[in-house]
Design a binder for this molecule. Structure first.
Ligand SMILES: Cc1cc2nc3c(=O)[nH]c(=O)nc-3n(C[C@H](O)[C@H](O)[C@H](O)COP(=O)(O)O)c2cc1C
Length: 168
């Protein structure tokens, strides 16, 4: 039987879900059985042979439910091959400061479980899907609606992920 990979995601406005779906599609093309599921709908991991986990970023951190998922299931995650991806809009550059800042988004998660692979993808901002407070914040920060997702980069990563065991 083909190994089953859980592609778990946390999203506020849906762009991370769409990335998770693209990743799952590529894993299926590679012969895995891939199941896409929101982090808060996942119970145990006993049905899965590997986990790909993705979250968007708000205020410099993964969404709390994604961090909670790792905290709750860290013992199981440590025993499985894992890959984490992050969807975000700032610190996208190739310079050292951007790289350092984006790597820090998942420091709290990496402290619990060190993934076998990590990726950072430019995301999408659609202020029509935000709460009033978040919309006002984006207006204050003069943040424009845009979709920066690079589907070639996302597919390239998904087609090449080695779902190997973590070292920690
Ligand atoms: C209120 C708010 C805060 C955000 N904070 C950050 C941040 O600290 N760093 C960053 O890189 N992106 C930040 N973003 C951008 C989101 O991570 C990006 O739009 C992402 O694609 C949203 O994913 P989702 O549609 O799955 O929720 C923020 C977006 C919003 C609306």
């Amino acid at each position: 039987m083909n190994p089953t990979v859980l592609v778990a995601y946390a999203t506020r406005c849906g762009s991370t879900l769409e990335v998770a779906q693209a990743v799952a599609q590529d894993l299926k093309a590679r012969g895995y059985a891939a199941v896409v599921c929101a982090v808060d709908k996942v119970g145990k991991l006993s049905a899965y042979q590997a986990v790909v986990l993705g979250s968007s970023v708000r205020f410099g951190r993964w969404l709390p439910e994604a961090v909670g998922f790792v905290r709750r299931l860290q013992a199981e995650l440590k025993r499985l091959p894992t890959a984490f991806f992050t969807v975000h809009m700032q610190n996208l550059g190739a310079d050292a400061a951007s790289r350092k800042n984006r790597l820090a988004y998942i420091d709290p998660v990496r402290a619990m479980v060190r993934p076998g692979a990590e990726a950072f993808f430019a995301g999408k901002l659609d202020t029509r899907r935000l709460s009033l407070g978040a919309r006002m914040l984006c207006k204050l920060m003069k943040t424009a609606n845009q979709d920066l997702r690079d589907w070639s980069a996302i597919h390239a990563w998904a087609q090449g992920i080695v779902l190997s065991r973590t070292k920690s």
